[in-house]
Design a protein around this ligand. Structure first.
Ligand code: ADP
Length: 475
């Protein structure tokens, strides 16, 4: 039979008191037997009454002992039961339990110690939870991918940046071997090396899945006292960095090439002149004209390059004003009249409203229109037509420069806004183009918050369109 502490204590009390009563009763009986014969005068009825009283007293004493036992047992077991209940709730994570500290004895001290322990535990757990949520926030918002591996190379944890990098959710990755997640032999080798040599290993790798990316990976062992308990792999996505480096190298190569072409011509013809062609006046004049043309081209190229770099660095301070588009287009048309006549081209201006206005830097917008019209003149055969159109579309104005020229092949259409991109390299250079005109147009339009695009039909013509913020109504 399992007895609770309360009943065990009650029975113990009862047992002790009963023993005491029995001893006392025994003593009394002994006294009775000794003293009884000494008082013969006492009537038997009186003795019986005395016996009855004695028995009643014993019975009462046992009853009182029982209730006292119950009370004392409760005094001890109640707080203990309370501590047990509280410990159970604490184990379930309920820190709202409060113990009454009524007595000043050992039970009271136990309750006090328990309360202290519960408070310390609560504070420690809160500290751990705060540290955990801080760590989670760092892992969630860090731009670098992080993967934690166990000593067998299985994924234990992965942050959202790594999920994105490997196209796999953390749930799906945890428990898998890293090679199934990372899918790169070189990286796997670096992980093995870090574990073996017990040091940080760094490696640049190209990931092919889910999209091609270049990452710099750092593999570091995680130590606990003297043991390696896992490995942490940090991934820095350097795709953009490498792309920019490649672009810069390509740009330097293109610039050098573009500069070398006119310089080679200048050197060639000046050497020819120095080697005797000076004597032949007609030839000398012809060569000098070429030298002059090439020098002009060189100068135009350098101007465009400087302009482009200013625009790319966003150092070109725009002087934004609201101005009417009509007069600007008219003045450009007037300045281009001699060239249009020479090229036998007709220019038409079609604005949806006569006083259509835009917000922008007037000089820069003039440069955009001049570059586009310059291209249309260069690439449209005689007899063709060039149209400048503008229409208001809510908050923006869409401007189009359309020509009936030779057009651009569809495969080149997406690249004509790149620096130095030319459809027909030799011909464009021959026409005096720097290959930077449309790149400058794109930058200027984008600096105004607009966008630019091209549509074309080979042999039929090209339309370059761009948007600008519409002018605010003049009050
Ligand atoms: P470029 O100085 O060579 O004209 P751009 O950047 O202005 O350089 O233009 C890039 C290329 O786009 C040109 O070399 C040409 O091949 C093509 N292009 C631009 N505008 C036109 C157009 N209106 N018609 C046909 N081709 C064009």
């Amino acid at each position: 039979m399992r007895l609770s502490l309360r009943w065990k204590l009650t029975l113990s009390y009862l047992l002790v008191i009963s023993v005491l009563i029995l001893v006392l009763g025994g003593l009394l009986l002994h006294a009775w037997n000794v003293l009884g014969p000494m008082f013969p005068a006492v009537a038997p009825a009186v003795w019986r009454r005395l016996e009855l009283m004695l028995l009643t007293a014993v019975g009462l004493a046992v009853l009182v002992a029982f209730f006292l036992g119950v009370k004392l047992a409760s005094d001890i077991s109640n707080p203990l039961e309370e501590v047990t209940r509280a410990a159970r709730r604490l184990a379930q994570g309920d820190f709202s339990v409060h113990l009454r500290r009524e007595s000043r004895d050992e039970i009271g001290e136990l309750a006090a110690a328990f309360a202290h322990m519960s408070e310390t535990l609560k504070a420690k757990l809160e500290e751990i939870a705060a540290a955990k949520s801080r760590l989670e926030a760092v892992l969630r918002y860090t731009v670098s991918g992080l993967v934690l591996l166990d000593t067998r190379g299985r994924v234990m944890m992965m942050n959202p940046a790594a999920e994105k990098l490997f196209g796999l959710s953390a749930e799906a990755a945890v428990g898998r071997h890293h090679i199934e997640v990372i899918r790169d032999y070189h990286l796997s080798a670096a992980i093995g090396e870090a574990k073996e040599k017990r040091c940080v290993v760094s490696r640049e790798v190209n990931l092919l899945y889910p999209e091609e990316r270049t990452v710099q990976a750092y593999v570091a062992p995680v130590w606990e006292t003297d043991e390696i308990t896992g490995l942490i792999v940090v991934f820095h996505d350097i795709t953009e960095l490498r792309r920019l480096e490649r672009l810069r190298t390509e740009f330097v190569a293109s610039v050098s090439h573009e500069l070398r072409t006119p310089l080679t011509a200048i050197r060639g013809f000046s050497e020819t002149l120095l080697n005797g062609a000076l004597e032949d006046r007609a030839a000398a004049e012809h060569f000098l004209r070429i030298i002059d043309d090439e020098a002009r081209r060189l100068s135009a190229l350098i101007d465009d390059l400087l302009d482009l770099s200013r625009l790319e660095l966003k150092r070109a301070n725009l002087n934004i004003v609201t101005f009417a588009l009509g007069p600007l287009v008219e003045s450009i048309a007037t300045s281009l009249k001699p060239r249009l006549e020479k090229a036998e081209l007709r220019l038409e201006i079609a604005l949806s409203e006569p006083d259509l206005s835009v917000q922008g830097d007037k000089d820069r917008i003039r440069q955009v229109l001049l570059n586009l019209l310059d291209n249309s003149i260069k690439y449209t055969p005689p007899g063709g037509r060039i149209t400048v159109r503008a229409v208001r579309q809510g908050e923006t104005v869409q401007v189009e420069v359309e020509d009936t020229g030779r057009g651009i092949p569809p495969e080149d259409l997406g690249r004509i806004f790149e620096r130095f991109y030319r459809v027909d390299k030799a011909r464009s250079r021959g026409d005096g183009g720097t290959g930077l005109g449309l790149a400058i147009v794109k930058h200027i339009v984008e600096l105004h918050g607009g966008r630019v695009w091209a549509t074309s039909r080979l042999g039929k013509g090209t339309t370059i369109s761009f948007t600008l913020p519409a002018g605010k109504p003049l009050t």
